[in-house]
Design a protein around this ligand. Structure first.
Ligand code: SF4
Length: 283
């Protein structure tokens, strides 16, 4: 990347850091054991831009960060449990966690920055705490003070993270949201463990990784991620992020996916399906 390209990328990330720090009144409660950083069931998505930001700060190639700290996994679609989204998740317990402290606090994934204040702003907390897992979160027990300027900053960060998420999906899977028909996976998992109800997400993650290997998708993803080890690769994806003509249709498809993939033997079949994902899924 030339100086200008690198400087632009760094200033983009600096802008995100400034927004993340804006008027922050939130302090993790003393009695918090960091369940969101530890529990498999609480998904923390890492976009490629989260990995690029960490790569620049930690001076570590993006592909190494991906292999050491992340894995491919599934997220359930709340409206229709038959479908799951494929995404990059942080491994749990997160390797960046030291006791209850995040060692990459200033450059952590935007999903970590936004939680839980953005959920409060959007009125999503009552829905969130219906899931037993979130009852372990002391920060969700009362209202958090969020000044207006912080609320605006977090909404801007959410817009940025939506763009990053859509482009990461497109870069890796050629679609901003890669939705999988998980019926065959559920069938196999039920057969393997007839008494296990409900099936843990971890079991889906293990199975989908095994199933995707022979399709070539995992190799293709690893290959694409390693392109981001070079400054030229980082610059190229950043250029795409700024390109509104490319991003607009990606954001539309992200909000309203039309294609679902179904595993058939060692290949993935594209099927036309209309799904309407909610804004956030965490489990
Ligand atoms: S990056 Fe930091 S905040 Fe995010 S899950 Fe890991 S330890 Fe927790």
């Amino acid at each position: 990347m030339n100086e200008t390209g690198l400087a632009m990328l760094e200033s983009y990330f600096q802008h995100q850091t400034d927004l993340a720090q804006k008027e922050c009144k939130m302090q993790c409660p003393d009695d918090c054991s960091a369940p969101g950083c530890r529990l498999d069931e609480v998904i923390v998505e890492a976009t490629l831009f989260d990995l690029v930001r960490l790569s620049l700060v930690l001076n570590t190639p993006v592909s190494s960060l991906f292999l050491q700290h992340c894995h491919l996994g599934l997220q359930s679609c709340e409206q229709n449990l038959r479908y799951h989204r494929l995404l990059i998740k942080l491994k749990k317990p997160c390797h960046f966690l030291e006791k209850t402290r995040c060692t990459v606090h200033g450059s952590k994934p935007l999903a970590c920055v936004l939680f839980p204040e953005y959920h409060q702003i959007k009125g999503l907390v009552p829905e969130l705490v219906k899931a037993p897992i979130f009852r372990k979160f002391p920060c969700l027990k009362g209202d958090i003070l969020i000044p207006d300027q912080r609320s605006t900053a977090l909404k801007m960060l959410r817009k940025m993270s939506s763009r990053e998420e859509a482009l990461s999906g497109f870069f890796l899977f050629e679609t901003p949201r890669y939705i999988i028909d998980s019926k065959p996976l559920t069938k196999q998992l039920k057969k393997e463990n007839p008494n296990k109800q409900p099936i843990a997400l971890k079991a889906y993650d293990r199975l989908i990784n095994a199933k995707l290997k022979p399709t070539g998708l995992i190799d293709s993803i690893n290959d694409k991620i390693s392109r981001l080890d070079t400054r030229a690769g980082m610059e190229s994806i950043f250029e795409k992020l700024k390109d509104d003509a490319l991003m607009k249709p990606l954001l539309e498809k992200r909000a309203d996916p039309e294609i679902v993939y179904k595993l058939k033997g060692n290949s993935l079949k594209r099927l036309k399906r209309r799904l309407h994902p909610s804004e956030f899924y965490y489990i």
